[in-house]
Design a protein around this ligand. Sequence first.
Ligand code: F6R
Length: 381
Amino acid sequence: EKQGFKHFMLKEIYEQPGVVRSCLESYLEINWTSQETSSSPYPIRLGLEESLLENLEQVQIVACGTSWHAGLVGKYLLEQVAQLPTQVHYASEFRYAPTPLMPHTLTIGVTQSGETADTLAALEMEKQRRNGVGEKFQARLLGITNRPESSLSRLVPNIIDTHAGIEIGVAATKTFVAQVIAFYLLALDLAHRRQTLSRDRLGVLIEGLRQLPAQIEQVLESQERYVEALAHEFVETHDFIYIGRGINFPIALEGALKLKEISYIHAEAYPAGEMKHGPIALLDAKVPVVAIAMPGTVFDKVLSNAQEARARDSQLIGVTPLDEEEARHTFDVVLPVPEVDELLSPILTTVPLQLLAYHIAALRGLDVDQPRNLAKSVTVE
Ligand code: F6R
């Protein structure tokens, strides 16, 4: 079943180009074989009830763990692309401290298993408390999952099936990437409805999405061996710091979570600009720093934050498209990713971080697919 891969996790990392392609194919009416940009000016078809997305004033997202990280990328997209104020809540917090009721609110539950107790309870609570308090407060619930047959869909009639299929490794990989793709489609659909993006920009982003499967393949092909070799340097490391900014801050969080869950190495992530407000005190030669540095609004900022870490003797690993020559000034090691539109970059920056966590854990001889103390679906509170 592992088809020659040592672990399900690695197999699932390699399934990502296909997963992204099949998610996009399900909801995008574009010609996949031609080199041309989308034929139709508005090719997104999510198949949701029309009333769900009409006259929205805000969005709230409830989720746990990796799905919460996907929600943070979703927030960035919904706010920056569709101009919709968005809050992301840990489901376990939201259910006991719900935010004040606001009108015209879309509530999105993100869950790979479709069975996470806290996420289901948060959605149920939202449904109950919005019952009978008037039209404009009516519950509008949307689920994002790869398990459309799960308990989630009994509670939430509108579902975006991410088409990631079942994931066996406990650490979420392909399901995370697919959840993020679902958020791109939703944010672009809303941007079109709300006219917050020009037609040209919408076309550019849709074309960019279409290129992603091949670009993920490129990252996998170029890095597999390289990251495996690099992982030897970190088998004995005790602490890691991950930094990123903007749309890649959630990817820093996700990279750190992957590392801690499967390798049991302590890892923390910060928005790079926060380092100087405390965490920089942790840095020395024993604490490597992984910096996500993608060209765009915060590129120079991240590079200078990375320099500050290097000045504290931390080994600096850059996830960046900078060529070797340029990168040498800033980073000790580079995990190269193709240069893409900043908005689309999280899909590509995720992959090297998954490989890094995987290889460190595998070299430590750990049970990567079944890490201690963790379960694939958390059906208890
Ligand atoms: C991370 C991981 C967990 C889950 C979390 C939510 O690799 O597996 O953090 O993301 O338990 O699970 P779902 O998405 O099933 O609600």
